[in-house]
Every structure is written in structure tokens, then in C-alpha cells.
Design a protein around this ligand. Structure first.
Ligand code: SF4
Ligand code: SF4
Length: 270
């Protein structure tokens, strides 16, 4: 049950949604093109072959047989029932949900079961304010980027804190619907995909990596790089950064600062 006036972060409307807690990003190959193809094929097979719950075992066996099972973290389940739920394939979602099955809830056939699937709310529901949630929903329209960002609480809160500090107020969420403030913020969040200093380790997702038994963060060793800890350290960690020398850190700081400066300049001008 979604609390009070919370934004429905899983399915916020528009042309996107999130499937992160169904294991979407836990494949070793979690590039957008690979995930899109995986979800497309699953959805096609499900629509062709599943007429009722009796067809689910054969569907699941076929997925096991045909998909690349390599995962980022073995302990996290990747659900075979995550697919696309709209004809345009802009929204990821549960193929077993009653909305797609004539009102019948088939989720009891899944690994987590109906109650867990229906009742789970990730920590973003708790930690993101309503304005932060609404603003993010306005800013990011693409399902792949949206799921990466909505689950990165630190990144979202840090961006809105940095710009609010700079313009001396939290911008109202409606200012992110369209226009330059939205575009600058989208470019910032798109660093999740384009960050030039991102580590290529497959066991890293955002600030966390998995050592085989525990999730851990890998602090940036500023001392070894001959510099003081960066004021953007939290952002660097969210972007899974790996720096080779202090010059890269200074360039990275310049990139982030550029987005904040651009935002402040346009904020006053609007
Ligand atoms: S990770 Fe959070 S926002 Fe995404 S589908 Fe799960 S509960 Fe919803
Ligand atoms: S069955 Fe549960 S884990 Fe699988 S896609 Fe549906 S909601 Fe996600």
C-alpha cells in the first residue's frame, strides 16, 4: 500500500516505470539494448504462450533455456516475469499482474509470491520527499534511466540539495515539467549512463559493490591520489567512479559544478 500522498514511484504514469526490485539491473549484461531485447522477447513469449496459470511452468522453463543467466550478484533474484506492459515498450512491469491478465492475479506463481510482490515498497518511498519524487518523475522519461535514478536515493537528494542551496529554495516540481531547468537536470541524471570515470567492474552498481557475501561501498582513496576529499564525493560514489589521478578528480568536479552553475543561471532568468 502506497502511503498517504506519496508519488507512485513504481508506475508514475507518463512513458516510464521501474522494475529494479524485480532484478532488472542484476544481469551481468545490464546494458539498455540487452535488457530491452530480453524484456521484448519475454513479453512476446508470454503473450503468445500463456493463456492461464497452467502455462506458466512451460513459459518459465523456456526463459531458463533461452536467456543468458549471468548475474551481477548471485544472491539477488532476477524475476523471469518482468516484461513490458505497454505496446510501445516504454514501461517495464509485471507480466503476472492482474491488470494484464483479465483481472486474475498470477503472482503467486513467482519466486517472491503474491504478497511480497504486491506489498513491497523500496526505501525511495520513505526517503524521497514528495517534491523530490515529483521532480524526478518530470525530469526522467526513459524507463532504463528512471529505474537507475529512482533507486539511487543519495544521487537524487544530493542534486536537489545542491541546487536548492545555490538558488536558496527547493524549486517547485512544476518547474521541471519542461524547459531548461528540466533539461539541465536530465543531463545531470544522465551521468548515470555517460559518466566518463565509471568503473567497468560488473559487481558494481552505483555506490555499492558486492564482494561475494556483503554489499560494500568502496571509498575513493583521495590521499593516494594526492588530494583532499571532494565536495562531490557522494555523487562520485553514486556514479561508481574510479579515478586514476587528481587531474581526473578536478575535471570531474568541474563537470558537476558546471551543471549546478547552469541551473542557477537559468533559474534566475526564468
Ligand atoms: S525499486 Fe522501488 S520504485 Fe522500483 S519497482 Fe521496486 S518498489 Fe517500485
Ligand atoms: S512476479 Fe513479482 S518479482 Fe516478478 S516481475 Fe512480478 S512483481 Fe516483479
Amino acid at each position: 500500500m502506497i502511503p498517504g500522498d506519496s508519488v507512485h514511484l513504481c508506475q508514475p504514469g507518463g512513458g516510464k516505470s521501474c522494475g529494479a526490485c524485480c532484478g532488472l539491473y542484476n544481469y551481468a549484461d545490464s546494458r539498455k539494448a540487452s535488457l530491452s531485447l530480453r524484456l521484448h522477447e519475454r513479453t512476446r513469449l508470454f503473450r503468445e504462450a500463456v493463456r492461464g496459470r497452467g502455462d506458466l511452468p512451460a513459459y518459465a522453463a523456456r526463459i531458463l533455456e533461452t536467456e543468458d543467466p549471468a548475474k551481477r550478484y548471485e544472491v539477488i533474484y532476477c524475476c523471469e516475469y518482468l516484461g513490458f506492459i505497454d505496446p510501445e515498450e516504454r514501461k517495464v512491469g509485471c507480466l503476472l499482474h492482474p491488470c494484464g491478465n483479465g483481472g486474475e492475479d498470477l503472482r503467486d506463481a513467482s519466486f517472491y509470491g503474491k504478497e511480497l510482490c504486491a506489498g513491497h515498497l523500496c526505501p525511495s518511498y520513505h526517503y524521497l520527499s514528495r517534491e523530490e519524487s515529483l521532480s524526478l518523475v518530470h525530469i526522467v522519461e526513459d524507463w532504463y534511466l528512471y529505474g537507475l535514478c529512482v533507486t539511487d536515493i543519495d544521487l537524487v537528494k544530493t542534486w536537489f540539495r545542491l541546487i536548492a542551496d545555490r538558488v536558496h529554495e527547493m524549486p517547485a516540481s512544476r518547474r521541471f515539467v519542461v524547459g531548461p531547468l528540466r533539461d539541465i537536470s536530465l543531463r545531470f541524471f544522465s551521468l548515470k549512463l555517460t559518466w566518463p570515470y565509471r568503473s567497468s567492474d560488473t559487481n558494481r552498481l552505483g555506490k555499492y559493490y558486492f564482494d561475494g557475501s556483503r554489499y560494500m561501498t568502496r571509498p575513493i582513496d583521495y590521499g593516494a591520489l594526492g588530494c583532499e576529499p571532494s565536495r562531490f564525493d557522494g555523487i562520485f560514489q553514486s556514479l561508481a567512479s574510479e579515478f586514476r589521478h587528481g587531474g581526473e578528480i578536478r575535471r570531474a568536479e568541474g563537470l558537476i559544478q558546471g551543471y549546478i552553475d547552469d541551473f542557477a543561471a537559468r533559474y534566475g532568468a526564468e
